[in-house]
Design a binder for this molecule. Structure first.
Ligand code: NAD
Ligand code: GLY
Length: 386
């Protein structure tokens, strides 16, 4: 059974064997295909959106070794000509140097306005390739084939593309929507436990934002998802994509405090990542996990939500093996004032004020610039001392 829907928050989580989630953005609308054999079917799906039957596939070394052949074979069967560029894995690939070299490479291959890039990989490849597609020839088409849980539920959907620069993470980028997103659940089988857990943080985020029923479902089924249950994975990816598609359709460019809800935990997370050098010491999803706990703790401190909600949310993350405090990162001497300073240089600062997503309960988040530095510093100090 395939389900197609992107209406409001879920009251019950679906259990289809595959799903198509539309992203309703007018002339930039596209579909997200989710299922266990999507990579093998990719050739036909991709061909249906191409102006001419050729693509440049860009991936990283790890994903190339594991999954490129399936895609290549599928494109060959569909009669789509393919060039391939393979980049080193890791966050450092989202850099100006790599961007520059990648632009050289695609111009060497030869592109025109009707060309299409295919991003096969996690959020690093998706963000970089999306940005290249946004700026090459002032914008060409690209297709996302996300291969991490984080990329399937978050980064491949919604058109945020970009790279990191020395001044900070994702500070250079563009909104550029993909033409198609293909999420093959079976590729998650080769992902490390740590990367899978990090992606799970972004899944739980959708429960925190506005879907308490999904959070409850995750309390029951999150462990199945982590253990490799295909139905649980499809249901969680579909529900997450449906939530993201809805929010993006409402506020594509983050202008109305709606899309900003997707940054739940991220003001903290980006500061934690910045302090640890945006590397493998603390993965993005791990930082989001700690950041969401801090957002709940701050909400409880400000009397916005019950302490028991914060505790329940934190307990679920901990049960699934996610970090819930900064001290889970070995070898870092944390400083609250340093973290606050890092937050102040984030792109989420508005009129000189820090922006936070806080919670009135699980599934009841809202955006605010109204947080006193004293309260922020207090919860950071508590987390550091824990
Ligand atoms: P990633 O792309 O670095 O992938 C993590 C690691 O997993 C890499 O080493 C990669 O080679 C490997 N990998 C990928 N797929 C695999 C598979 N199927 N099997 C085995 N190994 C695999 O990291 P990520 O967590 O996917 O993405 C993080 C990036 O996404 C960050 O740069 C973050 O800023 C960005 N992001 C962007 C958005 C957005 O809206 N654009 C949202 C969230 C995060
Ligand atoms: N990951 C946040 C967003 O897409 O807006």
């Amino acid at each position: 059974m395939t389900s197609v829907s992107n209406s409001g928050p879920v009251s019950s989580v679906p259990s289809p064997s595959s799903a198509i989630v539309p992203v309703a953005l007018g002339d930039r609308a596209y579909d997200i295909h989710i299922g266990p054999t999507i990579l093998a079917e990719a050739g036909t799906l991709i061909k249906s959106v191409l102006a001419r039957p050729q693509v440049i596939v860009i991936t990283d070394e790890t994903v190339a070794r594991l999954h490129l052949e399936t895609l290549t074979e599928s494109l060959r069967k569909a009669g789509v000509k393919q060039e391939t560029i393979i980049l080193p894995p890791g966050e450092s690939t989202k850099s100006l140097e790599r961007l520059s070299r990648l632009l050289d490479d695609i111009f060497d291959i030869g592109i025109e306005r009707s060309s299409t890039l295919v991003a096969l990989g996690g959020g690093v490849i998706g963000d970089l390739v999306g940005f290249v597609a946004a700026i090459a020839l002032r914008g060409i088409d690209f297709i996302q084939i996300p291969t991490t849980l984080l990329a399937q539920v978050d980064s491949s959907v919604g058109g945020k593309t970009g790279i990191n620069v020395p001044a900070g993470k994702n500070l250079v980028g563009a909104f550029h929507q993909p033409r198609l997103v293909l999420a093959d659940i079976s590729v998650l089988d080769t992902l490390s436990r740590r990367e899978l857990r990090a992606g799970y943080a972004e899944v739980v985020k959708y429960g925190a934002i506005d879907d308490f029923a999904f959070f409850q479902w995750l309390e029951t089924h999150g462990a199945d998802l982590m253990a490799g249950d295909t139905a649980a994975r499809i249901a969680a990816v579909e529900t997450s994509c449906r939530a993201k598609a809805r929010i993006v359709a409402e506020d594509e460019r983050e202008e109305a405090d709606r899309r900003a809800l997707l940054n739940f935990g991220h003001t903290f997370a980006h500061a934690l990542e910045s302090a640890t050098g945006f590397g493998s010491r603390l993965l993005h999803g791990e930082a989001v996990s700690i950041g969401m706990v801090m957002a709940f703790d701050l909400s409880a401190r400000l009397g916005l939500c019950e302490g028991q909600d914060a505790a329940r949310f934190t307990r679920h993350l901990a049960e699934l093996g996610l970090p819930t405090g900064p001290n889970s990162v070995p070898g870092v001497v944390w400083s609250a004032s340093d973290l606050v300073a890092r937050m102040a240089s984030d792109k989420k600062v508005k009129n000189g004020r820090l922006t936070f997503v806080l919670a009135r309960g699980i599934g009841q988040s809202f955006v605010t610039q109204d947080v006193a530095v004293e309260d922020l510093t207090a919860i950071l100090n508590e987390a550091i001392a824990a």
